[in-house]
Design a protein around this ligand. Structure first.
Ligand code: GDP
Ligand code: IMO
Ligand code: MG
Length: 424
Protein backbone atom coordinates (compact mmCIF):
# COMPACT_ATOMS: atom_id res chain seq x y z
CA UNK A 1 0.00 0.00 0.00
CA UNK A 2 1.34 3.44 -0.90
CA UNK A 3 0.43 6.21 1.57
CA UNK A 4 -1.45 9.11 0.01
CA UNK A 5 -2.54 6.97 -2.95
CA UNK A 6 -5.50 4.72 -3.65
CA UNK A 7 -5.29 1.09 -4.74
CA UNK A 8 -7.56 0.02 -7.57
CA UNK A 9 -9.01 -3.47 -7.98
CA UNK A 10 -10.65 -4.34 -11.29
CA UNK A 11 -11.67 -7.15 -13.61
CA UNK A 12 -9.39 -8.06 -16.52
CA UNK A 13 -11.79 -10.20 -18.53
CA UNK A 14 -15.52 -9.90 -19.32
CA UNK A 15 -16.68 -9.39 -15.73
CA UNK A 16 -17.55 -11.83 -12.93
CA UNK A 17 -13.89 -12.51 -12.20
CA UNK A 18 -14.58 -12.54 -8.44
CA UNK A 19 -14.04 -8.86 -7.60
CA UNK A 20 -16.59 -8.84 -4.77
CA UNK A 21 -14.92 -11.71 -2.97
CA UNK A 22 -11.47 -10.14 -3.11
CA UNK A 23 -12.65 -6.65 -2.08
CA UNK A 24 -14.22 -8.26 0.98
CA UNK A 25 -11.01 -10.17 1.74
CA UNK A 26 -8.88 -7.02 1.43
CA UNK A 27 -11.25 -4.64 3.27
CA UNK A 28 -9.61 -5.09 6.73
CA UNK A 29 -6.44 -3.52 5.28
CA UNK A 30 -8.29 -0.38 4.18
CA UNK A 31 -10.22 2.48 5.80
CA UNK A 32 -12.48 3.15 2.81
CA UNK A 33 -13.89 1.24 -0.17
CA UNK A 34 -15.18 3.21 -3.18
CA UNK A 35 -17.11 2.21 -6.30
CA UNK A 36 -16.29 4.35 -9.33
CA UNK A 37 -18.44 3.18 -12.26
CA UNK A 38 -21.24 0.88 -13.34
CA UNK A 39 -24.41 0.32 -11.40
CA UNK A 40 -26.86 -2.49 -10.73
CA UNK A 41 -25.61 -4.33 -13.81
CA UNK A 42 -22.88 -5.56 -11.44
CA UNK A 43 -23.42 -8.64 -9.30
CA UNK A 44 -20.62 -9.12 -6.80
CA UNK A 45 -20.82 -12.30 -4.72
CA UNK A 46 -19.35 -12.69 -1.24
CA UNK A 47 -19.39 -15.81 0.91
CA UNK A 48 -18.43 -16.14 4.55
CA UNK A 49 -19.64 -17.91 7.68
CA UNK A 50 -22.00 -20.02 5.58
CA UNK A 51 -23.79 -16.93 4.19
CA UNK A 52 -23.87 -15.74 0.59
CA UNK A 53 -24.53 -12.13 -0.44
CA UNK A 54 -24.84 -10.63 -3.91
CA UNK A 55 -24.15 -6.88 -4.06
CA UNK A 56 -25.17 -4.74 -7.02
CA UNK A 57 -24.91 -1.07 -6.17
CA UNK A 58 -23.46 -1.31 -2.69
CA UNK A 59 -19.66 -1.55 -2.49
CA UNK A 60 -18.22 -4.86 -1.26
CA UNK A 61 -16.48 -3.28 1.75
CA UNK A 62 -19.50 -3.19 4.03
CA UNK A 63 -19.05 -6.47 5.83
CA UNK A 64 -15.76 -6.00 7.60
CA UNK A 65 -15.28 -3.54 10.44
CA UNK A 66 -17.54 -0.53 9.95
CA UNK A 67 -15.60 0.93 7.02
CA UNK A 68 -16.80 3.91 4.97
CA UNK A 69 -18.10 2.88 1.55
CA UNK A 70 -18.36 5.54 -1.15
CA UNK A 71 -20.58 5.42 -4.23
CA UNK A 72 -18.69 7.76 -6.55
CA UNK A 73 -19.84 10.21 -9.22
CA UNK A 74 -19.03 7.71 -11.99
CA UNK A 75 -21.68 5.27 -10.75
CA UNK A 76 -25.27 5.17 -12.02
CA UNK A 77 -27.78 4.54 -9.26
CA UNK A 78 -31.33 3.14 -9.35
CA UNK A 79 -32.95 4.36 -6.09
CA UNK A 80 -35.53 1.56 -5.99
CA UNK A 81 -32.99 -1.23 -6.50
CA UNK A 82 -30.59 0.44 -4.08
CA UNK A 83 -33.35 0.60 -1.45
CA UNK A 84 -34.27 -3.08 -1.90
CA UNK A 85 -30.63 -4.12 -1.64
CA UNK A 86 -29.88 -1.94 1.38
CA UNK A 87 -33.04 -2.93 3.29
CA UNK A 88 -32.22 -6.59 2.82
CA UNK A 89 -28.76 -6.03 4.32
CA UNK A 90 -30.16 -3.93 7.16
CA UNK A 91 -32.52 -6.79 7.96
CA UNK A 92 -29.55 -9.09 8.40
CA UNK A 93 -28.07 -6.66 10.92
CA UNK A 94 -25.74 -4.47 8.84
CA UNK A 95 -25.92 -0.78 9.65
CA UNK A 96 -25.46 1.17 6.43
CA UNK A 97 -26.92 4.68 6.73
CA UNK A 98 -23.89 6.35 8.28
CA UNK A 99 -21.36 4.31 6.34
CA UNK A 100 -22.52 4.56 2.73
CA UNK A 101 -21.71 7.96 1.28
CA UNK A 102 -23.27 8.76 -2.09
CA UNK A 103 -21.91 11.32 -4.54
CA UNK A 104 -24.23 14.17 -5.50
CA UNK A 105 -22.84 13.82 -9.00
CA UNK A 106 -23.83 10.16 -9.47
CA UNK A 107 -26.52 9.88 -12.17
CA UNK A 108 -29.94 8.43 -11.44
CA UNK A 109 -31.33 5.50 -13.40
CA UNK A 110 -35.00 6.34 -14.01
CA UNK A 111 -37.71 3.74 -14.64
CA UNK A 112 -37.92 5.04 -18.22
CA UNK A 113 -34.17 4.39 -18.69
CA UNK A 114 -34.88 0.73 -18.09
CA UNK A 115 -37.72 0.76 -20.60
CA UNK A 116 -35.45 2.49 -23.12
CA UNK A 117 -32.80 -0.19 -22.49
CA UNK A 118 -35.36 -2.84 -23.50
CA UNK A 119 -36.59 -0.78 -26.44
CA UNK A 120 -33.06 -0.31 -27.86
CA UNK A 121 -32.30 -4.00 -27.44
CA UNK A 122 -35.54 -4.94 -29.22
CA UNK A 123 -34.69 -2.54 -32.05
CA UNK A 124 -31.26 -4.16 -32.47
CA UNK A 125 -32.87 -7.56 -33.05
CA UNK A 126 -30.19 -10.20 -33.69
CA UNK A 127 -27.43 -7.68 -33.04
CA UNK A 128 -28.56 -7.07 -29.48
CA UNK A 129 -25.90 -6.50 -26.84
CA UNK A 130 -27.60 -8.76 -24.30
CA UNK A 131 -27.63 -6.06 -21.64
CA UNK A 132 -28.67 -6.68 -18.06
CA UNK A 133 -31.76 -4.54 -18.72
CA UNK A 134 -30.96 -2.20 -15.84
CA UNK A 135 -31.01 0.98 -17.90
CA UNK A 136 -27.23 1.41 -17.84
CA UNK A 137 -26.72 2.48 -21.48
CA UNK A 138 -29.60 5.01 -21.63
CA UNK A 139 -28.52 6.57 -18.31
CA UNK A 140 -24.90 7.06 -19.39
CA UNK A 141 -26.17 8.32 -22.75
CA UNK A 142 -28.22 11.00 -20.98
CA UNK A 143 -25.15 11.87 -18.92
CA UNK A 144 -22.90 12.46 -21.93
CA UNK A 145 -25.63 14.22 -23.93
CA UNK A 146 -26.07 16.54 -20.93
CA UNK A 147 -29.61 15.43 -20.19
CA UNK A 148 -29.06 13.48 -16.99
CA UNK A 149 -30.66 13.64 -13.58
CA UNK A 150 -28.24 13.43 -10.65
CA UNK A 151 -28.46 12.42 -6.99
CA UNK A 152 -27.85 16.07 -6.05
CA UNK A 153 -31.07 16.96 -7.90
CA UNK A 154 -33.22 15.13 -5.35
CA UNK A 155 -32.42 17.77 -2.75
CA UNK A 156 -34.31 20.56 -4.52
CA UNK A 157 -37.47 20.83 -6.64
CA UNK A 158 -37.12 17.24 -7.74
CA UNK A 159 -40.60 16.34 -8.98
CA UNK A 160 -40.54 19.01 -11.66
CA UNK A 161 -37.15 17.94 -12.97
CA UNK A 162 -38.24 14.31 -12.95
CA UNK A 163 -41.39 14.97 -14.96
CA UNK A 164 -39.45 16.89 -17.64
CA UNK A 165 -36.98 14.01 -18.05
CA UNK A 166 -39.77 11.45 -18.11
CA UNK A 167 -41.66 13.38 -20.81
CA UNK A 168 -38.56 13.42 -22.98
CA UNK A 169 -38.11 9.66 -22.53
CA UNK A 170 -41.76 9.00 -23.38
CA UNK A 171 -41.30 10.91 -26.64
CA UNK A 172 -38.30 8.77 -27.44
CA UNK A 173 -40.26 5.58 -26.74
CA UNK A 174 -43.07 6.79 -28.96
CA UNK A 175 -40.61 7.38 -31.78
CA UNK A 176 -39.39 3.81 -31.30
CA UNK A 177 -43.02 2.55 -31.33
CA UNK A 178 -42.30 0.79 -28.05
CA UNK A 179 -45.39 0.35 -25.91
CA UNK A 180 -44.64 -2.74 -23.83
CA UNK A 181 -44.37 -1.05 -20.41
CA UNK A 182 -46.39 0.05 -17.43
CA UNK A 183 -44.75 2.69 -15.32
CA UNK A 184 -47.25 3.18 -12.52
CA UNK A 185 -46.09 0.60 -9.95
CA UNK A 186 -42.41 0.96 -10.75
CA UNK A 187 -42.59 4.70 -10.47
CA UNK A 188 -44.20 4.55 -7.04
CA UNK A 189 -41.50 2.25 -5.75
CA UNK A 190 -38.82 4.39 -7.39
CA UNK A 191 -40.09 7.52 -5.64
CA UNK A 192 -39.98 5.65 -2.33
CA UNK A 193 -36.39 4.91 -3.20
CA UNK A 194 -35.72 8.63 -3.65
CA UNK A 195 -37.03 9.34 -0.13
CA UNK A 196 -34.98 6.45 1.22
CA UNK A 197 -31.81 7.79 -0.43
CA UNK A 198 -32.19 11.01 1.53
CA UNK A 199 -31.48 9.08 4.74
CA UNK A 200 -27.93 8.43 3.54
CA UNK A 201 -25.00 10.80 3.51
CA UNK A 202 -25.16 12.59 0.19
CA UNK A 203 -21.72 14.07 -0.33
CA UNK A 204 -19.30 15.87 -2.60
CA UNK A 205 -17.35 12.66 -2.90
CA UNK A 206 -14.43 14.15 -4.86
CA UNK A 207 -13.71 16.48 -1.93
CA UNK A 208 -14.25 13.74 0.60
CA UNK A 209 -11.95 11.22 -1.03
CA UNK A 210 -9.13 13.73 -1.49
CA UNK A 211 -9.48 14.88 2.15
CA UNK A 212 -9.31 11.26 3.26
CA UNK A 213 -6.14 10.76 1.26
CA UNK A 214 -4.55 13.85 2.82
CA UNK A 215 -5.39 12.36 6.22
CA UNK A 216 -3.36 9.30 5.14
CA UNK A 217 -6.42 7.07 5.06
CA UNK A 218 -6.10 3.97 2.91
CA UNK A 219 -8.62 3.58 0.10
CA UNK A 220 -9.51 0.66 -2.16
CA UNK A 221 -11.39 1.45 -5.38
CA UNK A 222 -13.67 -1.38 -6.49
CA UNK A 223 -14.22 -1.85 -10.23
CA UNK A 224 -17.32 -3.36 -11.76
CA UNK A 225 -17.62 -5.30 -15.03
CA UNK A 226 -14.28 -6.00 -16.71
CA UNK A 227 -11.74 -4.51 -19.10
CA UNK A 228 -13.22 -6.23 -22.16
CA UNK A 229 -16.54 -4.53 -21.36
CA UNK A 230 -14.93 -1.05 -21.24
CA UNK A 231 -16.69 1.45 -23.52
CA UNK A 232 -13.39 2.45 -25.19
CA UNK A 233 -11.17 -0.62 -24.99
CA UNK A 234 -13.64 -3.52 -24.77
CA UNK A 235 -15.14 -5.61 -27.57
CA UNK A 236 -17.22 -2.69 -28.87
CA UNK A 237 -20.18 -2.49 -29.39
CA UNK A 238 -20.70 -5.51 -27.13
CA UNK A 239 -19.62 -3.63 -24.02
CA UNK A 240 -21.11 -1.71 -21.14
CA UNK A 241 -21.37 2.10 -21.18
CA UNK A 242 -18.70 3.12 -18.69
CA UNK A 243 -14.91 3.11 -18.43
CA UNK A 244 -14.19 0.00 -16.44
CA UNK A 245 -10.41 0.43 -16.68
CA UNK A 246 -8.13 2.01 -14.09
CA UNK A 247 -8.50 5.50 -15.56
CA UNK A 248 -12.22 5.15 -14.74
CA UNK A 249 -11.27 5.39 -11.06
CA UNK A 250 -9.80 8.88 -11.69
CA UNK A 251 -12.90 10.02 -13.59
CA UNK A 252 -15.41 8.25 -11.37
CA UNK A 253 -14.04 9.55 -8.08
CA UNK A 254 -12.25 12.79 -8.91
CA UNK A 255 -8.72 11.52 -8.34
CA UNK A 256 -5.61 12.79 -10.09
CA UNK A 257 -3.71 10.08 -12.03
CA UNK A 258 -0.75 10.55 -9.66
CA UNK A 259 -2.99 9.31 -6.83
CA UNK A 260 -3.14 5.77 -8.21
CA UNK A 261 -1.00 3.29 -6.26
CA UNK A 262 -1.28 -0.46 -6.77
CA UNK A 263 -3.52 -1.76 -9.53
CA UNK A 264 -4.86 -5.22 -8.74
CA UNK A 265 -6.04 -7.04 -11.85
CA UNK A 266 -8.42 -9.93 -11.23
CA UNK A 267 -8.55 -12.88 -13.61
CA UNK A 268 -10.19 -16.27 -13.61
CA UNK A 269 -7.97 -19.27 -14.31
CA UNK A 270 -10.25 -19.71 -17.36
CA UNK A 271 -12.62 -17.20 -18.95
CA UNK A 272 -16.35 -16.43 -19.06
CA UNK A 273 -18.66 -13.95 -20.72
CA UNK A 274 -22.40 -13.15 -20.40
CA UNK A 275 -24.36 -11.55 -23.23
CA UNK A 276 -23.43 -11.24 -26.91
CA UNK A 277 -20.14 -10.47 -28.62
CA UNK A 278 -16.91 -12.17 -29.69
CA UNK A 279 -15.12 -14.54 -27.34
CA UNK A 280 -12.15 -16.18 -29.11
CA UNK A 281 -11.52 -19.00 -26.62
CA UNK A 282 -15.17 -19.91 -26.08
CA UNK A 283 -15.78 -23.67 -25.78
CA UNK A 284 -18.86 -25.37 -27.16
CA UNK A 285 -17.82 -28.88 -26.12
CA UNK A 286 -17.79 -31.00 -22.98
CA UNK A 287 -14.94 -28.95 -21.47
CA UNK A 288 -17.05 -25.77 -21.71
CA UNK A 289 -19.96 -27.52 -20.04
CA UNK A 290 -17.66 -28.87 -17.34
CA UNK A 291 -16.31 -25.37 -16.60
CA UNK A 292 -19.87 -24.04 -16.33
CA UNK A 293 -21.02 -26.86 -14.06
CA UNK A 294 -18.03 -26.93 -11.72
CA UNK A 295 -17.65 -23.14 -11.69
CA UNK A 296 -21.41 -22.52 -11.26
CA UNK A 297 -21.19 -20.09 -14.12
CA UNK A 298 -24.63 -18.53 -14.08
CA UNK A 299 -25.12 -14.74 -13.92
CA UNK A 300 -25.43 -13.28 -10.40
CA UNK A 301 -27.86 -10.59 -11.70
CA UNK A 302 -29.80 -12.22 -14.51
CA UNK A 303 -29.29 -15.94 -13.85
CA UNK A 304 -28.20 -16.29 -17.49
CA UNK A 305 -25.78 -19.09 -18.44
CA UNK A 306 -22.27 -17.69 -18.72
CA UNK A 307 -20.34 -18.64 -21.83
CA UNK A 308 -17.13 -20.45 -20.83
CA UNK A 309 -13.71 -20.91 -22.41
CA UNK A 310 -9.98 -21.28 -21.81
CA UNK A 311 -7.90 -18.47 -20.39
CA UNK A 312 -6.86 -15.98 -23.08
CA UNK A 313 -3.39 -14.57 -22.44
CA UNK A 314 -3.43 -12.30 -25.51
CA UNK A 315 -6.53 -10.62 -24.14
CA UNK A 316 -5.06 -10.52 -20.63
CA UNK A 317 -1.80 -8.91 -21.77
CA UNK A 318 -3.89 -6.19 -23.40
CA UNK A 319 -5.90 -5.67 -20.21
CA UNK A 320 -2.75 -5.51 -18.11
CA UNK A 321 -1.36 -2.89 -20.50
CA UNK A 322 -4.36 -0.54 -20.58
CA UNK A 323 -4.81 -0.73 -16.82
CA UNK A 324 -1.18 -0.55 -15.72
CA UNK A 325 -1.73 -3.64 -13.58
CA UNK A 326 0.93 -4.05 -10.87
CA UNK A 327 -0.32 -7.31 -9.32
CA UNK A 328 -2.52 -10.14 -10.53
CA UNK A 329 -5.11 -12.01 -8.50
CA UNK A 330 -5.90 -15.49 -9.82
CA UNK A 331 -9.45 -16.71 -9.17
CA UNK A 332 -11.29 -20.00 -9.36
CA UNK A 333 -8.21 -22.16 -9.90
CA UNK A 334 -10.07 -24.95 -8.07
CA UNK A 335 -12.53 -25.17 -10.97
CA UNK A 336 -9.67 -26.68 -13.03
CA UNK A 337 -8.89 -29.33 -10.37
CA UNK A 338 -10.39 -32.17 -12.41
CA UNK A 339 -8.95 -31.31 -15.83
CA UNK A 340 -6.24 -33.61 -17.25
CA UNK A 341 -5.11 -30.97 -19.71
CA UNK A 342 -5.44 -27.21 -19.38
CA UNK A 343 -5.18 -24.92 -22.36
CA UNK A 344 -4.07 -21.29 -22.50
CA UNK A 345 -4.38 -19.08 -25.58
CA UNK A 346 -0.93 -17.66 -26.36
CA UNK A 347 -1.61 -16.13 -29.78
CA UNK A 348 -4.28 -15.49 -32.41
CA UNK A 349 -4.50 -16.50 -36.03
CA UNK A 350 -6.25 -13.66 -37.85
CA UNK A 351 -8.68 -14.02 -40.74
CA UNK A 352 -5.87 -13.36 -43.27
CA UNK A 353 -3.81 -16.23 -41.80
CA UNK A 354 -1.24 -14.06 -40.01
CA UNK A 355 -0.44 -14.68 -36.36
CA UNK A 356 -0.27 -12.13 -33.56
CA UNK A 357 0.18 -11.79 -29.82
CA UNK A 358 -1.45 -8.36 -29.78
CA UNK A 359 -5.20 -7.90 -29.41
CA UNK A 360 -6.52 -6.84 -32.83
CA UNK A 361 -9.19 -4.17 -33.54
CA UNK A 362 -11.73 -6.83 -34.45
CA UNK A 363 -12.01 -10.03 -32.42
CA UNK A 364 -14.67 -11.55 -34.67
CA UNK A 365 -13.41 -14.72 -36.35
CA UNK A 366 -9.91 -14.84 -34.83
CA UNK A 367 -8.64 -18.34 -34.01
CA UNK A 368 -6.86 -18.98 -30.72
CA UNK A 369 -3.45 -20.66 -30.72
CA UNK A 370 -3.17 -22.82 -27.62
CA UNK A 371 -0.40 -24.03 -25.39
CA UNK A 372 -1.30 -27.16 -23.44
CA UNK A 373 -0.37 -27.55 -19.80
CA UNK A 374 -0.67 -30.51 -17.48
CA UNK A 375 -3.53 -30.48 -14.98
CA UNK A 376 -2.87 -31.08 -11.26
CA UNK A 377 -5.69 -33.49 -10.40
CA UNK A 378 -5.69 -32.42 -6.77
CA UNK A 379 -8.32 -30.77 -4.61
CA UNK A 380 -7.03 -27.24 -3.97
CA UNK A 381 -10.02 -26.04 -1.96
CA UNK A 382 -8.75 -26.96 1.50
CA UNK A 383 -5.18 -25.80 1.13
CA UNK A 384 -3.99 -23.10 3.49
CA UNK A 385 -0.66 -21.99 2.03
CA UNK A 386 1.13 -22.07 -1.28
CA UNK A 387 3.66 -24.66 -0.11
CA UNK A 388 0.84 -27.22 -0.29
CA UNK A 389 0.15 -26.55 -3.97
CA UNK A 390 0.87 -29.49 -6.30
CA UNK A 391 3.87 -29.00 -8.61
CA UNK A 392 1.73 -28.78 -11.77
CA UNK A 393 -0.27 -25.92 -10.25
CA UNK A 394 2.93 -24.16 -9.21
CA UNK A 395 4.10 -24.58 -12.83
CA UNK A 396 0.81 -23.12 -14.10
CA UNK A 397 1.20 -20.06 -11.86
CA UNK A 398 4.82 -19.59 -12.98
CA UNK A 399 3.82 -19.91 -16.64
CA UNK A 400 1.10 -17.26 -16.23
CA UNK A 401 3.43 -14.87 -14.40
CA UNK A 402 6.10 -15.21 -17.07
CA UNK A 403 3.76 -14.80 -20.03
CA UNK A 404 1.89 -11.91 -18.44
CA UNK A 405 5.05 -10.34 -16.99
CA UNK A 406 3.19 -9.55 -13.77
CA UNK A 407 3.34 -11.22 -10.34
CA UNK A 408 0.37 -13.17 -8.99
CA UNK A 409 -0.19 -11.86 -5.49
CA UNK A 410 -3.29 -13.76 -4.39
CA UNK A 411 -4.68 -17.14 -5.41
CA UNK A 412 -8.34 -17.92 -4.74
CA UNK A 413 -9.28 -21.58 -4.34
CA UNK A 414 -12.99 -21.41 -3.50
CA UNK A 415 -15.84 -18.94 -3.04
CA UNK A 416 -15.44 -18.53 0.71
CA UNK A 417 -13.53 -15.62 2.24
CA UNK A 418 -11.18 -18.14 3.88
CA UNK A 419 -10.33 -19.93 0.64
CA UNK A 420 -7.77 -17.30 -0.26
CA UNK A 421 -4.01 -17.65 -0.34
CA UNK A 422 -1.77 -14.62 -0.25
CA UNK A 423 1.61 -15.43 -1.85
CA UNK A 424 4.93 -14.25 -0.52
P1 GDP B 1 -17.68 -10.36 -9.56
O1 GDP B 1 -18.81 -9.80 -10.34
O2 GDP B 1 -16.36 -10.11 -10.20
O3 GDP B 1 -17.70 -9.96 -8.12
O4 GDP B 1 -17.87 -11.95 -9.60
P2 GDP B 1 -19.27 -12.76 -9.40
O5 GDP B 1 -19.63 -12.72 -7.97
O6 GDP B 1 -20.28 -12.32 -10.38
O7 GDP B 1 -18.84 -14.19 -9.89
C1 GDP B 1 -17.85 -14.92 -9.26
C2 GDP B 1 -18.44 -16.24 -8.75
O8 GDP B 1 -17.41 -17.13 -8.42
C3 GDP B 1 -19.25 -16.07 -7.47
O9 GDP B 1 -20.28 -17.01 -7.47
C4 GDP B 1 -18.24 -16.37 -6.37
O10 GDP B 1 -18.84 -16.86 -5.18
C5 GDP B 1 -17.42 -17.44 -7.03
N1 GDP B 1 -16.00 -17.50 -6.66
C6 GDP B 1 -15.15 -16.48 -6.37
N2 GDP B 1 -13.90 -16.94 -6.19
C7 GDP B 1 -13.95 -18.27 -6.36
C8 GDP B 1 -12.96 -19.31 -6.35
O11 GDP B 1 -11.78 -19.08 -6.16
N3 GDP B 1 -13.42 -20.59 -6.60
C9 GDP B 1 -14.71 -20.88 -6.85
N4 GDP B 1 -15.04 -22.13 -7.09
N5 GDP B 1 -15.66 -19.92 -6.88
C10 GDP B 1 -15.27 -18.63 -6.65
P1 IMO C 1 -19.82 -7.59 -12.72
O1 IMO C 1 -19.46 -6.33 -12.01
C1 IMO C 1 -20.58 -9.64 -16.52
C2 IMO C 1 -22.47 -7.27 -19.70
C3 IMO C 1 -23.88 -7.63 -20.10
C4 IMO C 1 -23.87 -7.18 -21.55
C5 IMO C 1 -23.01 -5.94 -21.54
C6 IMO C 1 -23.80 -4.64 -21.47
O2 IMO C 1 -20.68 -8.51 -11.93
O3 IMO C 1 -18.57 -8.25 -13.24
P2 IMO C 1 -25.20 -3.41 -19.56
O4 IMO C 1 -26.37 -3.89 -18.77
O5 IMO C 1 -24.02 -3.03 -18.74
O6 IMO C 1 -25.54 -2.34 -20.56
O7 IMO C 1 -24.77 -4.70 -20.44
O8 IMO C 1 -22.19 -6.05 -20.38
N1 IMO C 1 -22.28 -7.00 -18.26
C7 IMO C 1 -21.67 -7.83 -17.41
N2 IMO C 1 -21.16 -9.07 -17.60
N3 IMO C 1 -20.46 -9.06 -15.32
C8 IMO C 1 -20.93 -7.80 -15.11
O9 IMO C 1 -20.72 -7.12 -13.96
C9 IMO C 1 -21.61 -7.16 -16.17
N4 IMO C 1 -22.22 -5.95 -16.31
C10 IMO C 1 -22.61 -5.87 -17.58
O10 IMO C 1 -24.10 -9.01 -19.97
O11 IMO C 1 -23.20 -8.14 -22.34
MG1 MG D 1 -20.62 -10.40 -11.26
Amino acid sequence: MNKGKVDVLLGLQWGDEGKGKVVDVLTPKYDVVARFQGGPNAGHTLEFEGQKYVLRSIPSGIFQGGKINIIGNGVVLAPDLFMDEAKELEKSGHELKSRIHISKKAHLIMPTHRVLDRAYEAARGKGKVGTTGKGIGPTYTDKTSRNGLRVGDILDNFQEKYEAHKARHLDMLKALHFTDFDLEETEKHWMEGIEYLKQFKIVDSEHEINHLLREQKSILCEGAQGTMLDIDFGSYPFVTSSNTICAGACIGLGLGPNKIGNVYGIMKAYCTRVGSGPFPTELFDEDGKKLRDIGHEYGAVTGRERRCGWVDLVQLRYSIMVNGVTHLILMKSDVLDQFKVIKACVGYELKDGTQTKELPYDLEGVKPIYQELQGWHTDLTKMTNEEEFPQQFKDYIKFLEEFLETPIKIVSIGPDRNQTIVRN
